[in-house]
Design a protein around this ligand. Structure first.
Ligand code: CUA
Length: 452
């Protein structure tokens, strides 16, 4: 007991005997304070009790692949080690604070108890315990660093490769092994914001950026690795089952960083091959015998910038929604689609966006829209690809994604390709350039949505 006391004196050298209660402030009554405290506790405890704090589309606790699982294991080891340290330190601190508090006026003026600075047993013991804790954390950390760095040797022959490039504020996905025919010759399959991969195969993702630093993160599969200017980074991931996974840029990259998102859709090999062959084709146009449907009228009640981007049916089954999105509409308004296709050129959208087979040229620094209608998201993964959301996007892009390059103009080398606004090079002032009326937007929506 004596040595115990000495130990506590050693680690709580001076404040314990001089502990004062703070002067009383004017506080609400005890019952009010109790009810407030209980409300607070209930609010904090609800997610814990319901398990809600561990789930969600971007939860790192629900891993769906080996890379994310390895990262979660490191988290748990660190959590356990630091948790045990916290419990021990808090228990000692609590004990010492209560046991050695000043109980009387005499205690307050008493001389400090014997001090034990430099006690070799205590000092060496704490050093050894700290080193041991670090070693326990270091072993799984080093193993995870080695494992997550690149595709394991055994899986390399069967690995699939995708090149991902970050732009302010969207992701381009290029499939280097999937060749397509372009007017200018052979090219690589390119898509935007939705990375479709095969299930059960290691996928090596080469990470690049067009402008500033972005970071590639698919919480349930792998991450996060920065996309750095002038640096070739990579990561690998593997989805163990077919699924629809949320991704997010995880490095602050400008005003719309928070809405720079993407999706990873993992498909069994036959479905993946079907998707690839559909994507390799040029853009479709309604066949002469397609049944005509009046393009659905939709409610355009103004919605705030932060209005929910997804419908309940989408949230309930995103992969099902994605599959449905691959199907061509059985009936379309061919005249409206043709009008939209014309407007796409007239409004100069073609200066940036490629639609293979319809509009050549474009620019590789803007999303390829050849199969835009088959995607479940738009505006960098921010909104569900629905007619209402697309209408919002083409009429008010800056309201949806502030500062986006389609609105302010696309920087190309030393100049800026005008967007919805035209920048005055002398003073930087923006003046309206592209204007899209409600009726024009409906035609553009019909056209873009038909691009399955
Ligand atoms: Cu890109 Cu944050």
């Amino acid at each position: 007991m004596r040595s115990c006391k000495r130990f506590f004196h050693a680690i709580t050298p001076s404040f314990a005997p001089r502990f004062h209660a703070p002067p009383m402030l004017s506080l609400p009554s005890l019952s009010v304070r109790c009810s407030r405290a209980l409300t607070c506790l209930a609010a904090l405890a609800t997610p814990f009790l319901t398990g809600g704090w561990l789930s969600g589309p971007q939860s790192t606790f629900e891993t769906e692949g080996p890379v994310a699982r390895s990262q979660l294991e490191v988290f748990y080891v660190t959590l356990w080690v630091t948790g045990i340290i916290f419990v021990i330190v808090a228990a000692i601190l609590g004990y010492a604070t209560l046991r050695f508090r000043a109980r009387s006026a005499a205690d307050e003026h008493a001389a400090p108890p014997p001090q034990s600075h430099g006690n070799p047993l205590v000092e060496l013991g704490l050093i050894f315990a700290s080193v041991a804790a670090l070693v326990v954390i270091a072993i799984p950390t080093l193993r995870a660093i080695y494992f997550t760095y690149d595709v394991p040797e055994a899986e390399r022959a069967n690995a699939y490769t995708v090149n991902a490039t970050g732009y302010q504020w969207w992701f381009k996905f290029e499939y280097p092994t999937e060749k397509i025919t372009l007017d200018a010759g052979e090219g690589k399959l390119v898509t935007a914001n939705e990375m479709v991969i095969p299930v059960g195969r290691a996928v090596r993702v080469n990470l690049r950026t067009y402008d500033v630093i972005h970071s590639f993160w698919v919480p349930k599969l792998a991450g996060k690795v920065d996309m750095m200017p002038n640096r070739a980074n990579h990561l690998w991931l593997k989805a163990e089952k077919a699924g629809y996974y949320w991704g997010q840029c995880a490095e602050y990259c400008g005003e719309s960083h928070a809405v720079m998102r993407f999706r990873v859709i993992a498909l069994e090999e036959p479905e993946f091959q079907t998707w690839l062959s559909a994507q390799k084709k040029a853009a479709v146009a309604p066949a002469a015998d397609t049944p005509t449907a009046q393009f659905a009228s939709y409610d355009m009640t103004p919605k705030g910038r932060n209005a929910a981007g997804y419908s309940a049916s989408f949230d309930a089954n995103p992969l099902g929604q994605w599959r449905q999105q691959q199907q061509a509409d059985s009936a379309v308004d061919a005249a409206l689609i043709a009008q939209g296709r014309q407007l796409f050129a007239q409004k100069t959208c073609v200066a940036c966006h490629v639609i293979r087979g319809h509009h050549i040229g474009g620019n590789s620094a803007a999303p390829d829209l050849t199969h835009f209608g088959s995607r479940t998201t738009l505006a960098g993964g921010l909104l569900e690809n629905s007619p209402v959301n697309l209408h919002r996007w083409v009429t008010d892009p800056n309201g949806v994604k502030p500062g986006n390059k389609m609105f302010v103009g696309l920087p190309l080398g030393g100049s800026v390709m005008p967007g919805y606004m035209l920048k005055d090079p002398t003073n930087g002032h923006l003046s309206p350039n592209i204007q899209v009326s409600d009726t024009e937007a409906r035609a553009l929506v019909a056209y873009l949505s038909s691009l399955k």
